[in-house]
Design a protein around this ligand. Structure first.
Ligand SMILES: *[C@@H]1O[C@H](CO)[C@@H](O)[C@H](O)[C@H]1NC(C)=O
Ligand SMILES: *[C@@H]1O[C@H](CO)[C@@H](O)[C@H](O)[C@H]1NC(C)=O
Ligand SMILES: *[C@@H]1O[C@H](CO)[C@@H](O)[C@H](O)[C@H]1NC(C)=O
Length: 467
């Protein structure tokens, strides 16, 4: 009897010890640091679980987020495991993450999957022209680790303004994470491009049959679908998180607010009715297909597929920042003004190695544009042209061509202020290089750990993509 009791206390001690360790780990996970008025909050999504070949596409309706009337200066994210180790893209492919802002009825539950029909939530969309289809404030995919997202001084993305939040509501943030586990799969690129045959999917998430010419895309890799594994591959499920980093400052009147516009190269400019599928189709389809250039027997433009569309910007202004979003195979994207002038061109950065942030064959970053303040103006109602290039040396399904720009009505009006601002943003970029350098060093150290691990497990294969 005494023996059992002693055993129980030992168990209890162990239990307490592991509990304390777990608590310490979670302290490491979420953190907040302030320096010179700028706060960096590192936060975690709820945990999701992935086994080899499986897909998670979940919506979290009320994530941790800095509160109050603030200006967001930077937003980035990556997938990490339970110990906080960054996960390489060839193990967990981050198809996309999207962060949306909304006003939620205080104390009201937000049932999952109700989206826009839910009266408990009033979405606060970006200023873009795609409406509910691309409503987010922030969102990237595999390129998130090496895409610069800071908003230069004196600009900021204004949120949490108490004067704008309706009575009885509070500002909340919704996160959607779409991740695909490609450990042990037969065709890495095929799984990341959501090829329907690899997922053995013939109906969409809602049970509606897919048309026979739909061979890949989000309708084939929805939540809980499974991509084909190599024969006999065994793996255990593991718990993962999206770790996101928000840099912000308290709102001040000297900060100039920016508007967010997201454009989509599949934008048709109007809603179209399609009798073969679902009836009315939204103007922005998000995804498209790139046919292989050999398919029709001719090689055109050195096997570059160029897709273009034009759309009017409701209200223009000065461009502060620009970046594109593309998938593997992407060869760059550009936004042009009505007169043909280049507003911003954004090129993919392909990984070259095995380490986290540099995974071979994947887009690990996109180049960005920071025009001189006040130098680049878009007129109200101006018709912009968006161009998205992909390599067509092989067929691609479910690719994307988005363009994200920040626009302001105001420029710092005094020359002095302008000069200070430029200096500040130069300092800023030096600082972000330092951060990037430390990040890279950490990445390499962690990456070496991964390579070692992979050598032991022998499970690493590069993605079969041809950038
Ligand atoms: C594919 O789906 C069909 C019908 O749902 C099912 O009968 C078949 O066993 C599935 N094949 C595989 C390999 O899972
Ligand atoms: C498209 O279809 C919807 C219903 O499916 C209908 O309400 C709408 O008027 C149609 N629009 C056009 C332009 O035909
Ligand atoms: C896209 O490809 C076309 C044709 O090769 C080229 O003229 C254009 O400059 C490319 N655009 C970008 C943004 O790379």
């Amino acid at each position: 009897m005494i023996y059992i009791f002693r055993n129980m206390t030992i168990h209890l001690q162990w239990w307490l010890l592991s509990f304390v360790i777990l608590q310490l780990i979670s302290v490491i996970h979420a953190s907040q640091v302030s320096e010179n008025g700028m706060t960096t909050s590192v936060l975690l999504s709820p945990k999701f679980e992935l086994g080899a070949g499986s897909v998670e596409n979940k919506f979290y309706y009320n994530i941790d987020f800095p509160r109050g009337h603030i200006a967001i200066k930077e937003f980035n994210a990556e997938v990490v495991d339970q110990l906080g180790n960054p996960i390489p893209l060839y193990e967990t492919y981050l198809h996309h993450w999207v962060v949306m802002r909304y006003y939620g009825l205080k104390d009201a539950e937000i049932p999952e999957g109700n989206g826009d029909q839910n009266l408990n939530m009033i979405p606060v969309r970006n200023s873009g022209v795609c409406g509910a289809t691309l409503a987010q404030y922030f969102g990237l995919g595999s390129e998130t680790r090496r895409t610069v997202t800071y908003v230069p001084d004196p600009y900021g993305i204004e949120v949490g303004n108490p004067g704008e939040i309706p009575d009885g509501y509070e500002e909340r943030w919704l996160l959607n994470v779409h991740a695909i586990d490609t450990r042990g799969v037969e065709d890495r690129l095929g799984c990341t491009e959501c090829k329907c045959d690899l997922y053995n999917v013939t109906k969409d998430e809602y049970g509606r049959p897919l048309s026979s010419d739909y061979t890949g895309g989000l309708d084939c890799c929805y939540d809980q679908t499974q991509c084909r594994l190599k024969e006999g591959f065994q793996s255990i499920k593991r718990g993962l998180y999206l770790r996101y980093k928000v840099k912000w400052i308290d709102w001040e009147d000297s900060i100039l607010p920016v508007k967010i516009y997201i454009f989509d190269v599949t934008d048709t400019g109007k809603w179209v009715n399609d009798s073969t599928t679902l009836g009315a189709q939204p103007r922005c389809k998000i995804e498209y297909e790139v046919e292989a250039c050999g398919a029709s027997g001719v090689v055109r433009n050195g096997c570059i597929d160029t897709k273009k569309t034009s759309m009017a910007i409701p209200a223009g202004g000065y461009v502060v920042y620009g970046v594109a979003h593309q998938h593997s195979g992407g060869r760059g994207s550009a936004l042009y003004g009505q007169d043909g002038r280049l507003i911003c061109s954004s090129m993919p950065i392909y990984g070259q190695g095995n380490e986290v942030g540099n995974e071979k064959g994947y887009i690990v970053g996109m180049s960005t544009c920071y025009p001189q303040p006040g130098s680049l103006k878009i007129a109200d109602g101006e018709v912009l042209v968006l161009e998205s290039n992909y390599s067509s040396s092989q067929k691609h399904t479910g690719v994307m061509g988005l363009f994200y720009i920040l626009v302001t009505d105001q420029i710092p009006n005094r020359a002095l202020q302008g000069a200070n601002h430029m200096q500040a943003s130069l300092l800023w970029s030096n600082y972000s290089w330092a951060v990037a350098f430390v990040g890279l060093a950490v990445t390499i150290i962690v990456g070496v750990g991964y390579i070692r691990k992979n050598e032991i497990e022998g499970s690493y294969e590069p993605i079969i993509a041809s950038p």
